[in-house]
Design a protein around this ligand. Structure first.
Ligand SMILES: *Cc1c(COP(=O)(O)O)cnc(C)c1O
Length: 396
């Protein structure tokens, strides 16, 4: 049993599956029946790999940070997903899914977005491959991620505000699903994380698994081992973490740490720590951990980081955390901000607020000097400059 693969119904243990309205059955079944055949096809692999190399700029560097290594007394490597075209890991998945959509003869792409990174990656890929693109985004996120909204528009996408609920990622996802129900035939819905009904969690995990594939190769060159002692990644829906963990899950050695957003703290009402605080429930088509009230109402999540502001978690992470293959930590807004300023100062890298949550773990774990630690820097911080600049006055 490989722990990163679901069974044929899309279950990771008791999590996952496909809980969808009747109107989406045909689309989902079409995907379930074809995704593995398509993504294992030689001509697909060649086209996908070529675009990752020449368009996205892969492989992304695995950077040994001298300064962090000295400070934390371990060998600290940063996997530089921030250096991908469009500034985050999201494009590994959008290129994969949109190439797949073309092979299924779809003409139009819809997507949801939180921080805007998935929307930008989707709009970018649609521009490149010549498909129509509509992106749903919470009205609150449109406000706090303005530069990304402008980028999507310049790339030719229509950006539709989601005005329900907390007007963030969950609500944008609801709107995208509604739109898909109304246009099932010629439209493909590009989900941006390892969430949603089967086959999305597995499909997105496979597209993002390029991250751990590269880490293993790069460590073999640099450290003569393909087994790091730690891999640390932030989790919103969980796609960059799943990609960074994928090839290490069953090696019997690597400790995997998933970092969720505590917001103002896991003991406050303003949090997005969905594994720490969640209970089993169904969200966006899959059974997983979910922040909910005693009578099953979804609790509105909160995080300073739009990409982590989601009340659920990919079903694979629910499972891997249950069986102890992944350790889950929660990091507050404040700790993430400190970590972002720290990395900027020590290494001249401004990370995305999401990635800063993963970096904050370096303060919390006691490493051995020989430990090889890989932190996945999922994205760059340009989109977060408005938030960061509010803290300039407090930083010395
Ligand atoms: C979207 C995003 C995330 C969160 O999504 P995952 O699916 O959990 O990876 C994290 N970091 C960045 C930079 C993002 O854009």
């Amino acid at each position: 049993m490989k722990h990163f693969n679901p069974d044929e119904k899309g279950y990771y243990g008791q999590y996952g599956g496909a809980f969808i309205p009747e109107m989406l059955q045909a689309n989902i079944i079409e995907l379930q029946e074809h995704y593995l055949t398509i993504i294992k096809d030689e001509s697909f692999i060649v086209e996908y790999q070529q675009l990752l190399k020449d368009y996205v700029g892969r492989p992304t560097p695995l950077f040994y940070s001298n300064n962090l290594s000295k400070q934390y007394n371990a060998k600290i490597y940063l996997k530089r997903e921030d250096l991908n075209h469009t500034g985050a890991h999201k494009i590994n998945n959008t290129i994969g899914q949109i190439l797949l959509a073309k092979r299924l003869n779809k003409k139009r792409i819809i997507a949801e977005t939180g921080a805007g990174q998935h929307g930008v990656a989707t709009a970018t890929t649609c521009a490149l491959l010549g498909l129509e693109c509509t992106v749903f985004m919470g009205a609150v996120d449109i406000e706090r991620q303005k530069p990304n909204v402008e980028r999507m528009k310049m790339l030719g996408a229509e950006v539709v505000p989601a005005l329900s609920g907390s007007q963030t990622l969950k609500d944008a996802t609801n709107e995208a699903i509604r739109e898909w129900i109304n246009n099932p035939k010629d439209t493909h819905y590009v989900i941006g994380s390892v969430v949603g009904p089967h086959p999305y969690p597995d499909m997105v995990a496979k597209f993002q698994s390029i991250i751990s594939e590269e880490i293993a190769k790069q460590l073999m060159e640099k450290e003569n081992t393909d087994k790091p002692d730690y891999v640390i990644a932030c989790v919103g829906g969980g796609s960059n973490a799943m990609g960074a963990f994928y090839h290490f899950i069953d090696n019997g050695h690597t400790k995997l740490i998933a970092v969720e957003a505590a917001g103002k703290g896991v003991d406050t009402e303003e949090t997005a720590a969905s594994i720490t605080l969640g209970q089993k429930g169904i969200i966006h088509g899959s059974m997983t951990y979910l922040m909910q009230t005693a009578d099953g109402q979804i609790i509105e999540p909160y995080s300073i980081s739009a990409g982590l502001d989601y009340p659920g978690i990919g079903p694979a992470h629910a499972y891997l955390s249950d069986i102890g293959k992944v350790t889950v930590e929660a990091v507050t807004d404040e700790e993430a901000i400190q970590a972002a300023f720290h990395l900027t100062k020590t290494d001249g890298i401004i990370p995305a607020l999401e990635s800063a949550h993963a970096l904050a773990i370096l303060e919390k774990v006691k490493f051995n000097p020989s430990d090889i630690v890989v932190v996945n820097v999922s994205g760059r911080g340009d989109k977060d400059m408005l938030t960061y600049s509010k803290y300039f006055t407090h930083e010395k």
